[in-house]
Design a protein around this ligand. Structure first.
Ligand SMILES: Cc1ncc(COP(=O)(O)O)c(C=O)c1O
Length: 388
């Protein structure tokens, strides 16, 4: 066997020994917050389908003419009229001058962040930023400085240090693993004071935050002047129930990304069928006020019913609710006990979260019913007794 293959075997064996090996299950989302997983139908608390739109009947009725693929970069001939219309609708809805579509949020950040900064510039990242933001920052070649989670004093201090190039602050809006919110208004104040730009990843905020689901910029009532310093990432893999992403910004920056965001320039445009589905999703998100209210009720119900569990719920008023367990083995065991009750809530382990912070990440959706939340709370209480 080649040295490389035996090295891979050793690495896999080491991961298994540490209970850090990950495996996929064949999974198919079903209506009513259910999921079929390796043939078993379970109540799903693992997805990010916050508004329950992924199974909406209007998505089954898409026009057959929109099914063809894109087959080229948007710069060659892959910028379909449906993509163009979607970009314009997204820019208008999110309150920016323009937008650009990407096949995923990960790809958007890998293209846009290195287009904004490079060697000689400085990136300032929240410690809990999503992996895609960290990878994109490294790819850019800019100096990377990390500030403690939501610590604005420390960020101010780092931004005050003398530096030559441009400064880019990067943050999740709603942090994917802790469910906490970034102080977006304070981030923008600091950017203004230190002549920096903010790249805000609103993957989990879009559709959920703000009175009309327009995400963090609406939730923080950001004025058009404030948005001048903001490059906004929205993704469609969570509340929009699909997949894909867009970056919204000023005309000039959108034009710049068309020239220099390599994952945009050198990748096939979004398939027209996908664009058609996303236009429908955008329409549904605009009308999803009842789902947002129901989601908030579910959050409160879980917080109330989860009060005296043996493990603390990380404080969060968002659909991402975490039970912090700490070590890997009991977290895996808890997830297994829930599975026996027909509930899918996977253990989240390092390196996705820091060491000794293994947890159950419970993701709530408007597709859940109150009884589903009650069933979850009941199962957690029972598991708490049997693990004691
Ligand atoms: C905060 C955050 N940003 C970005 C991404 C990546 O988005 P996508 O799944 O569209 O690549 C994710 C998704 O998993 C995420 O949670």
């Amino acid at each position: 066997m080649s040295a490389f293959l035996s090295h891979v075997d050793q690495q896999l064996a080491a991961l298994k020994a540490k209970k850090l090996w990950r495996q996929r299950a064949i999974s198919r989302p079903l209506p009513n917050a259910l999921i079929e997983r390796n043939g078993q139908v379970l109540l799903n608390f693992a997805g990010n389908d916050y508004l329950g739109l992924s199974q909406h009947p209007s998505l089954q009725k898409l026009e057959p003419q929109s099914v063809a693929g894109a087959t080229a970069s948007p710069l060659i001939c892959g910028h379909h009229p449906l993509a163009h219309a979607l970009e314009q609708e997204l820019a208008q809805w999110s309150g920016f001058e323009e937008s650009r579509l990407f096949v995923s949020g990960y790809q958007a950040s890998l293209g846009v962040i290195p287009a904004l900064v490079g060697p000689g510039d400085t990136i300032l990242c929240d410690r809990l930023n999503h992996a895609s933001l960290i990878d994109a920052s490294r790819l850019s070649g800019a100096r990377l400085r990390v500030y403690p989670h939501r610590d604005m004093e420390r960020l101010d201090d780092l931004l005050s240090r003398p530096s030559t190039g441009f400064k880019l602050v990067i943050s999740d809006s709603l942090f994917s693993m802790d469910g906490t919110l970034a102080p977006v208004d304070q981030l923008l104040d600091l950017c203004e004071r230190h002549d920096a730009l903010l790249y805000l990843d609103d993957a989990h905020g879009l559709g959920v935050l703000g009175e009309n689901g327009r995400g963090a910029p609406e939730c923080f009532l950001l004025s058009p002047a404030k948005r001048q310093r903001l490059v906004y990432l929205g993704t469609f893999g969570k509340a929009a129930g699909q997949g894909g992403a867009f970056v919204a910004c000023s005309h000039a920056l959108a034009d710049w990304f068309t020239q220099s965001a390599r994952s945009y320039v050198y990748s096939t445009g979004l398939a027209p069928a996908h664009c058609a589905a996303l236009r429908t999703c955008l329409h549904l998100i605009k009308q999803a006020q009842p789902q947002r209210s129901l989601l908030n009720e579910h959050i409160q119900t879980l917080q109330t019913l989860g009060q005296d569990l043996p493990w603390g719920l990380v404080p969060s008023d968002t659909p991402i609710q975490n039970l912090l367990i700490g070590e890997i083995e009991p977290t895996l065991r808890l997830s297994e006990l829930l599975l026996e009750q027909g509930i899918w809530a996977p253990a989240i382990r390092p390196p996705t979260v820091p060491r000794h912070q293994a947890r159950l990440r419970l993701s709530l959706s408007a597709a859940h019913k109150r009884q589903d939340i009650e069933k979850l709370a009941q199962a957690l209480h029972e598991a708490g007794h049997s693990l004691r």
